[in-house]
Design a protein around this ligand. Structure first.
Ligand SMILES: [Zn+2]
Length: 276
């Protein structure tokens, strides 16, 4: 039975789900083998247009509850569920944990938001850019480390009696940051990789093999989107602060310039919307 109706206000998720294949039945929509998965803007056209064809729309869109602004809900299209599922939940963030987040771009900031839902004792944000660390502080990180001039490992060890972080979340996607995440974690801890890696990173099994660590990777499944939707509704998650810039559909090039020069413009997320 079809539930979507013309005029419905819905979120188009970054992940499409056929709803029928083995992975969809396991709520691993990112791995859909029935024609869905990460297809929008990847295998087929993306969504930066006035009109978009959405395959499997019944199982791939989410109704936007009344009272939540379009652009707040927009952050549930990708970054918030990605950081929550692949970083926070895969990393098993638990009350009292020390959580080290390597990278304070939009995904790292989303990981801070998600981690704070579990009452960690410390959230340590690590980045090379002071502007991003300022943002991390505003998003709730209580310790910020510029690892261009500070030693992240000794700071994390100082917070944990020399042990290391309970959870290290990699939110950059570079060899050096992945290796840093594996150094920061305590024996028995979790390393959750969110970063999109384009080149090989070294896995130092010669030091890690005795340390009982768990390393997880993942493409977002978006199974948490309904949960995050409720948390937006109760204001336990504040998505509005991700949006730093607004542009009209006539200003795509300018919007991309602002977004790609984030260190100068302070851009986190830019919203492109047609003027009504
Ligand atoms: Zn499927």
């Amino acid at each position: 039975m079809k539930q979507l109706r013309p005029g419905d206000r819905v979120l188009v998720s970054c992940i499409s789900a056929c709803g029928k294949c083995r992975y969809c039945r396991e709520t691993r929509f990112g791995q859909c083998i029935g024609g869905g998965g990460w297809i929008l803007g990847h295998n087929i056209d993306g969504t930066q247009a006035e009109k978009v064809r959405v395959p499997f729309a019944e199982t791939s869109t989410h109704p936007i509850p009344s009272g939540i602004a379009d652009e707040d809900f927009l952050m549930l299209a990708d970054i918030l569920p990605t950081a929550y599922e692949v970083g926070v939940l895969n990393g098993r963030v638990s009350p009292g944990d020390v959580v080290a987040i390597v990278g304070a771009g939009p995904i790292g900031l989303s990981a801070i938001v998600g981690a704070l839902l579990f009452s960690p004792s410390h959230v340590v944000a690590i980045d090379l850019a002071d502007a991003r660390l300022d943002a991390a502080e505003q998003f709730g990180a209580d310790v910020t480390v510029n690892n261009g001039r500070e030693d992240a490992l000794s700071i994390v060890q100082g917070l944990t009696g020399g042990l290391g972080a309970d959870v290290a979340i990699e939110a950059v996607g570079a060899p050096a940051t992945f290796e840093l995440a594996t150094e920061l974690v305590r024996p028995g801890g979790h390393i959750a990789n969110i970063g999109v890696h384009g080149t090989p990173a070294t896995l130092h099994l010669e030091t890690l093999w005795t340390r009982d660590v768990t390393i997880t990777t993942g493409l977002v499944d978006t199974y948490s989107t309904p949960t995050l939707s409720r948390l937006l509704g109760t204001h336990q998650v504040d998505a509005a602060r991700f949006v730093t810039h607004h542009f009209d559909f006539e200003e795509f090039v300018k919007a991309y310039e602002v977004f790609s020069n984030a260190s100068e413009t302070g851009a986190l997320k830019v919203v492109l919307a047609p003027t009504a």
